[in-house]
Design a protein around this ligand. Sequence first.
Ligand SMILES: [Zn+2]
Ligand SMILES: [Zn+2]
Length: 139
Amino acid sequence: MSADDPVAALRGAALRVTKQRVAVLTALGRHPHADVDLLGRVVRADLGSVSTQALYDVLTALAEARLVRRVETGPRARFELRGGDHDHVVCRSCEAIADVEPGTAAPRGLPPAHGFHIDETEVVHRGLCPSCRSGVQFP
Ligand SMILES: [Zn+2]
Ligand SMILES: [Zn+2]
């Protein structure tokens, strides 16, 4: 989806346009791979008080409408705007995350079909980022 026009994206997905949904989409446009804590801070700076439950409700609706993808990278779920099929690399130590073009980081195996029609493939590569590997800690 386009990050520039959350209202059009919501209408295109036949979702009601609400301030909270627009604020979450806008926040994700600025902060790809944000977790709920970060999204909460950004959205509350914009709208004032919004409960964490309300945020989860918005994220669930946006994910069901396939405007937002939930990235399962570990204990903290991250969220990003949908668009393009890409893999992720995640640092085991500091949870730094980055997008990877499919097929460029490691050879991919064939999907386990088991009679399924595969319409999405999500791959997470784990390792240590350069700063963790060199032992330098950034706040
Ligand atoms: Zn790291
Ligand atoms: Zn991503």
